[in-house]
Design a protein around this ligand. Structure first.
Ligand SMILES: Cc1cc2nc3c(=O)[nH]c(=O)nc-3n(C[C@H](O)[C@H](O)[C@H](O)COP(=O)(O)OP(=O)(O)OC[C@H]3O[C@@H](n4cnc5c(N)ncnc54)[C@H](O)[C@@H]3O)c2cc1C
Length: 219
């Protein structure tokens, strides 16, 4: 059973039946995707920046260079809006007007806080790596103290979030169903291609592609 919106601004008003507010739906979308868009205002003007993220419980982590204008703004407590989008298919209607996209997306509002504790920062780094390539953290050199210092990690609470989901076939006007144009859904999925080994610097070890790379797929 879907819960209600967490705040007035998270209430889906346009096509409200597509709105979802339960954490199960929100978390599943956040855990399947790994790119978000962070919107905020800088010097009085709006800006939207794409970046990777990871989720742990009620927290979304983003990270990057301390020089990043996005991270510098957010760590000052600037209001932000983070969106995540998954595309499930193209919806081809008989009329151009009713073409659509099957999607699952999340919008989160809030203010981020900086993660300063080195242990928590390291854990956030682990989450970021594992969220994108599960199994990779234990098969990589971990960040040094210097590298951790050279990374800003921010945490955003998920308590003001909404999801919006479109599924199913096109919805055409009654009189258009008799038209000859093909109509339906063209499903789209994200799949991994053939792994390409980097041979720079005479790499040690067997040139065997690890299982977690060979079998890579999004949840
Ligand atoms: C791939 C894709 C393509 C789209 N194409 C179009 C398009 O061409 N034209 C168009 O008008 N719309 C499109 N949408 C829908 C769009 O995201 C908005 O939901 C819609 O435009 C209504 O905007 P609004 O500002 O009136 O939302 P409102 O319903 O007024 O928004 C109120 C609140 O609802 C929540 N909300 C709104 N939209 C979303 C969302 N998508 N995901 C999660 N929460 C949401 C937010 O918390 C927001 O603050 C598309 C969505 C996706 C994912």
């Amino acid at each position: 059973m879907s819960e209600g919106p967490a705040s007035p601004r998270t209430e889906v008003k346009r096509l409200p039946a597509r709105g979802r507010y339960d954490r199960e739906t929100i978390d599943a979308i956040l855990d399947e995707a790994f790119v978000c868009h962070v919107g905020f205002v800088i010097d009085g003007r709006p800006r939207v920046i794409p970046t990777t993220y990871a989720r742990a419980g009620d927290t979304l982590y983003v990270h990057g260079s301390p020089a990043s204008a996005m991270l510098r703004s957010l760590k000052r407590g600037v209001d932000c809006c983070v969106t995540v989008t998954l595309i499930d298919g193209l919806v081809l209607a008989r009329s151009a007007f009713h073409h659509s996209v099957n999607y699952r997306c999340v919008v989160v509002y809030g203010t981020a806080t900086e993660v300063r504790d080195p242990e928590q920062k390291m854990e956030a780094m682990r989450l970021l790596v594992e969220h994108i390539v599960p199994g990779r953290w234990d098969d990589t050199r971990w960040p040094t103290a210097k590298e951790l210092t050279a990374t800003t990690v921010l945490a955003l609470d998920l308590n003001e979030a909404s999801a919006k989901v479109r599924t199913g076939h096109p919805v055409d006007d009654d009189e258009d169903y008799a038209l000859p144009h093909w109509a339906g859904i063209l499903p789209l999925v994200t799949t991994a291609g053939e792994p390409e080994r980097d041979t720079t610097g005479s790499p040690a070890g067997e040139p065997v592609v690890p299982d977690y790379v060979r079998r890579y797929r999004r949840p």
